[in-house]
Design a protein around this ligand. Structure first.
Ligand SMILES: NC(=O)C1=CN([C@@H]2O[C@H](COP(=O)(O)OP(=O)(O)OC[C@H]3O[C@@H](n4cnc5c(N)ncnc54)[C@H](OP(=O)(O)O)[C@@H]3O)[C@@H](O)[C@H]2O)C=CC1
Ligand SMILES: Nc1nc(O)c(N)c(N[C@@H]2O[C@H](COP(=O)(O)O)[C@@H](O)[C@H]2O)n1
Length: 264
């Protein structure tokens, strides 16, 4: 095979996967295209311990993750990831040259600290975008909402009729709200609770929720103290497991990427 840089490899890989996703042509108008993606070890852990930030991806697979971010309008994480990792969700070396996604945070009770990097990064680099925070209805007029908006973020409060028994916004309602503000594609990065919600919703819904699944598999074993990628997914509607359709495997550096365009 001719020499390819990891940047070229990432670009060609994404073209292959997303041309396939578009061929499926089943993405409902009411929601953005959804890519669910995360990095895990051989024993399916996404972090080394509860409340830990863990580097799993090698340099080449991280380049793929950064490339994926640039081909989506939004990049979504739960507030747990903000509290533990405090990410920027932007790649400085790619800034200014490419599209940067809008960071989106699922945060029912606005627990996000007002000094979280994600709330301020857009002010220091003009190519970075201000985040969207999706919360439950009780925050509609709260002081915290004003503080988060004061940092430049857009706060979207979901109606109580579109939240679960614990008051958390339901995934289809979150996606509908994001589409209504112009987000046509969203990359869901985690953590465990958010991965669980998207997998469960996708498996139990009659219509597709997750369109593309991309998992980075790192040659590492963490053991039982780690957080499992699917620890929070019950997959009750699929007692013998969720089958991935036509999986594509490709090596990036020392990692293997598994990608699948999901069927409804
Ligand atoms: N290896 C990888 O690729 C990645 C690893 N991680 C790791 O994952 C771990 C964090 O995972 P976790 O603590 O589960 O945090 P999450 O990022 O999954 O955030 C979970 C929180 O999001 C809020 N939330 C709001 N709406 C929803 C919804 N519909 N479904 C699920 N959650 C919702 C909930 O808080 P509330 O009820 O208050 O709204 C919930 O507790 C960290 O260790 C981090 O390093 C994270 C991303 C990628
Ligand atoms: N793809 C991937 N590989 C890993 O090893 C990871 N730890 C993660 N984590 C995700 O990336 C975020 C950090 O991104 P920035 O450094 O701020 O750009 C982290 O919060 C997780 O969402 N992903």
């Amino acid at each position: 095979m001719p020499f390819r840089s990891p940047y070229e490899q990432a670009d060609i890989f994404c073209q292959k996967i997303y041309s396939k996703a578009k061929e499926e042509d089943k993405i409902p108008q009411s929601k953005p295209l959804v890519t669910l993606t995360f990095a895990q070890t051989l024993d399916a852990k996404i972090s080394a311990a509860k409340n830990a930030k863990t580097k799993l991806s090698c340099e080449e697979s991280m380049i793929l993750t950064h490339h994926l971010r640039t081909i989506h309008d939004g990049i979504l994480v739960g507030v747990g990831t903000i509290l533990i990792d405090n990410p920027r969700l932007n790649e400085p070396s790619l800034l200014s040259t490419v599209n940067n996604p809008i960071p989106i945070i699922l945060d029912t009770n606005l627990r996000i600290p007002t000094d979280a990097k994600i709330l301020h990064y857009h002010k220091t680099d003009s190519a970075a975008k201000a985040p969207i925070v999706v919360c439950g209805p009780s925050n509609a007029h709260s002081q915290k909402k004003k503080e988060v908006e004061g940092c430049g973020a857009r706060v979207i409060c979901i109606d109580p009729s579109e939240c679960d028994a614990e008051g958390r916004p339901l995934i289809p309602s979150i996606l509908k709200a994001l589409k209504s503000v112009g987000i046509k594609s969203v990359m869901v990065e985690g953590g465990a609770n958010v991965i669980g919600s998207f997998l469960d919703c996708s498996a139990s819904s009659g219509v597709p929720i997750v369109d593309v699944l991309i998992v980075t598999i790192s040659p590492k074993i963490i053991g039982s103290r780690g957080t499992g990628a699917s620890d929070q997914a019950t997959l009750a509607s699929h007692p013998s497991g969720l089958d991935l359709k036509d999986p594509v495997y490709e090596q990036f550096g020392t990692d293997i990427i598994c990608a699948s365009v999901l069927a409804p």
